[in-house]
Design a binder for this molecule. Structure first.
Ligand SMILES: *[C@@H]1O[C@H](CO)[C@@H](O)[C@H](O)[C@H]1NC(C)=O
Ligand SMILES: *[C@@H]1O[C@H](CO)[C@@H](O)[C@H](O)[C@H]1NC(C)=O
Ligand SMILES: *[C@@H]1O[C@H](CO)[C@@H](O)[C@H](O)[C@H]1NC(C)=O
Ligand SMILES: *[C@@H]1O[C@H](CO)[C@@H](O)[C@H](O)[C@H]1NC(C)=O
Ligand SMILES: *[C@@H]1O[C@H](CO)[C@@H](O)[C@H](O)[C@H]1NC(C)=O
Ligand SMILES: [Cu+2]
Length: 677
């Protein structure tokens, strides 16, 4: 176990393990297949005529997960010989203006549960209805007139869809706002908005519900918006051509259906239309006990909240809940070999149901690769032994599972990095294009207003201030499901008089086990504390509780007022960490129906029940936050800004689990020497 055979070479062949070349074993978390999605459509069509006048549309189709207890007994039984319940799909459909929830059973080929959902908010938007809405606007006479009035060429206009949020309205119909942009030869859509129009489309009726041409504003200059290397002009640089890593003997991991095995890790990798990449049943092999031990039952994106900070008409409503509104899986893109993922990556496809139920495939939507970035896993130089100088070093090789979801202008890189030491690092990278607004100014000295709500990043262009909050749902099972959340405060103490010492102070630990949801909410940065999920039923041989520690990223929490509508909907950003007892219907932190939601069926409200969480199956919700004051380097595309956090074993193993990791065989590693020029 944990053999780190990794070689670096400059050229070799590429590996692409297509998931289709394996016959996948039946795994309870395998994503719905093309056949299964087709079956959903056929079964549902027997009861509800699909596609007729868009009165019945699929808004969400995903796996209806079997009960956790069944999955766990299946997973832990030798040879997986526990019989699993029949596979089922969970469907949210829009049916004559209502939200219908159905469970479709594949073995009986029947709808086994069917009900109208009552409550605020709407399901995810489909790509088809967004395309239909924007196409409708481009043909809408008053809109075309307004484009002409501005002296613009309609053939160069692109209309995009934006959700409307919720601002206290009693009625929240399935309306969207559409925003026009002017390409005029450019391919950087989001950098040239045409401001001054309010264009609202009713998605259920599929017609323009409201149109207002409020004013004609300036337009950002088209210069400097190009980003394609083929269209950019010299000088070029710096060159990145040679910085590549290959593994001529192939990757060190194995993919069996959707199960990935590498070094001491084993996990299942899946795809969901709302979350994108899903990791489940991640466990790590413990050499001391000669078996795999559970760590993460399930981990995935739960939501991304992106509120903008310009309160005016063209902007105030922009407060996206990206996964719940647009689908972080639906928006995930095919990854480019060699650049999105290194040459030694393998890829997996993703598949989801379109609005009429037709399976839609996104090839290479997830990748997996061994990463060696020249870091040190552990080392020691011992110079105090007389007559000897000893150095032991192990290179830090890890396994990365990655996806990229491009929700409109932004590209989010989401990854899970598994380390042989037992750590899992969740990574979030932000790149893509800013959302900008046109201004008359090209220089800060011209600004007349008190606030332009952002930074002048190019001629007549302001990058508007905003935030990104990326929330992960992590159903941790630390060596079993009975877990507790322990907050160990580091407190300063005066040295007692009884100790004979010149020291006046020291710090020590003060342990508090969170008994309820309220006690477990964490705002980072307020006090020094260690946050550990422990299994109180198990201890190491030295009596320490077995656990996994949360190593948080930077402390970022929402700056909006508590009574501001976007904040009411995204109250999950009031804390960086929440712990809830496991409940299979609490998956989406913004609620199942996030579009135009009112925050009344979401994490912050569920937690008001203040349920007991001690020695229970618990779920951690962690939000990675970024406040983004745009700068000129973010234009015309933004170099990746990174954040994340780590889950790290803490008294989980009896000792350093990578002590005996085999280093690479230096006699077989080719040398790379710097070029002189
Ligand atoms: C639904 O059923 C109708 C009538 O049986 C059929 O004409 C239609 O093609 C079916 N649609 C789909 C999408 O299967
Ligand atoms: C408008 O744009 C289209 C497509 O780019 C182009 O073919 C056409 O010549 C333009 N019309 C005018 C009046 O510039
Ligand atoms: C559109 O492009 C044409 C041709 O490059 C240019 O003359 C015109 O000024 C542009 N219009 C706008 C509004 O940028
Ligand atoms: C699970 O959560 C939902 C939504 O918060 C709630 O309605 C339901 O009662 C919960 N179930 C249990 C068993 O606590
Ligand atoms: C390293 O590789 C060389 C050449 O293949 C082999 O002779 C040697 O036994 C290997 N050493 C170890 C420690 O595996
Ligand atoms: Cu940003």
């Amino acid at each position: 176990m944990a053999q780190l055979h990794f070689t670096i070479l400059i050229f070799s062949s590429v590996f692409v393990i297509s998931s289709s070349s394996f016959i996948p074993p039946p795994h309870p978390f395998d994503p719905l297949t093309e056949t299964e999605l087709n079956l959903v459509r056929t079964i549902v069509n027997k009861s509800y005529p699909i596609g007729h006048n868009h009165k019945f549309t699929f808004q969400y189709v995903g796996l209806n997960e079997p009960d956790k207890s069944l999955v766990l007994s299946w997973h832990s039984s030798p040879d997986h010989n526990v019989k699993l319940p029949p596979r089922q799909a969970f469907v949210i459909a829009r049916d004559k203006g209502k939200n219908r929830e159905m469970v479709v059973d594949f073995s009986t080929r029947a709808i086994v549960s069917d009900k109208i959902h009552v409550g605020n908010g709407n399901p995810m938007l489909t790509l088809d209805e967004q395309h239909a809405a924007t196409a409708l606007v481009l043909k809408f006479k008053p809109f075309c007139d307004s484009i002409m009035k501005r002296g613009l060429n309609l053939s160069e206009v692109v209309v995009t869809s934006s959700t409307m949020g919720w601002f206290g309205e009693a009625q929240t119909k399935r309306f969207i706002r559409t925003i026009p942009f002017y390409l005029n030869g450019s391919v950087n859509t989001y950098l040239r908005p045409i401001e001054g129009m309010t264009i609202i489309v009713d998605l259920d009726k599929m017609k323009v519900a409201e149109f207002k041409d409020r004013f004609t504003g300036p337009m950002p200059k088209p210069n400097g918006r190009e980003y394609r290397i083929s269209n950019l002009k010299p000088p070029f640089g710096p060159s990145l051509r040679d910085a590549v890593v290959f593994q001529p003997d192939g990757p060190g991991f194995k993919i069996d259906g959707h199960v990935v095995r590498w070094a001491n890790w084993e996990f299942h990798m899946s795809f969901n239309v709302r979350a994108g990449l899903v990791i489940s049943l991640a466990s790590i092999f413990d050499m001391d006990v000669n078996k795999y031990r559970q760590v993460l039952y399930k981990g995935h994106l739960s939501e991304m909240f992106v509120p903008y900070m310009d309160p005016h008409d063209d902007w105030y409503f922009i407060s996206y809940l990206d996964c719940g509104e647009f689908g972080c899986g639906q928006s995930a893109v095919s990854l480019e070999p060699y650049t999105d993922c290194p040459p030694n990556a393998a890829f997996m496809d993703g598949i989801y149901a379109g609005q009429d139920g037709t399976p839609t495939k996104v090839s290479n939507v997830m990748c997996i690769f061994e990463k060696y970035a020249g870091d040190i896993m552990w080392r020691h130089t011992e110079s105090e032994v007389p007559g000897m100088k000893i150095t032991e070093v192990r290179p830090d090789v890890s396994l990365v599972a990655r996806m990229v979801t491009t929700v409109g202008n932004y590209d989010y890189i989401i990854e899970y990095e598994f380390k042989p030491s037992g750590s899992i690092k969740m990574g979030v990278g932000l790149t893509g294009v800013l959302e900008v607004k046109p201004v008359e100014y090209v220089h800060t000295s011209e600004i007349k207003e008190d606030d332009i709500y952002g930074t002048i990043v190019a001629d007549n262009t302001v990058g508007v201030n905003h935030d990104h909050y990326v929330t992960f749902r992590l159903d941790l099972d630390i060596d079993g499901t009975d877990n507790s959340f322990v907050r160990t405060e580091l407190v300063t103490k005066r040295t007692p008089k009884s100790v004979n010492t010149p020291r006046k102070s020291y710090w020590t630990t003060k342990r508090n086990t969170a008994k309820t949801e309220t006690e477990a909410r964490v705002k980072l940065g307020l006090k020094p504390e260690e946050l550990v999920v422990v299994n109180p039923t198990k201890t190491t041989k030295h009596g320490n509780e077995i656990g996994y520690r949360l190593i948080p990223g930077p402390a970022t929490s929402s700056l909006l007022a508590q009574d501001d509508y976007p904040q009411i909907r995204a109250a999950f950003t009031n804390y960086n960490v929440w712990i809830t007892p496991y409940n299979r219907s609490e998956v989406w932190t913004s609620g199942s129906y996030a579009d135009r939601s009112q925050g009344d069926d979401a994490l912050a409200v569920w937690c008001k029940r203040n349920r007991k969480i001690e020695k229970k199956d618990i779920v951690m919700w962690y939000t990675v936050g970024f406040h983004h004051v745009p700068c000129q380097e973010d234009f015309p595309t933004m170099p990746t800004m990174s954040g994340g956090f780590e889950l790290r074993p803490t008294n989980f193993f009896e000792q350093n689990p990578v002590l005996k990791a085999k280093p690479m065989n230096l006699t077989t590693v080719p040398k790379c020497t710097p070029k002189s020029n």
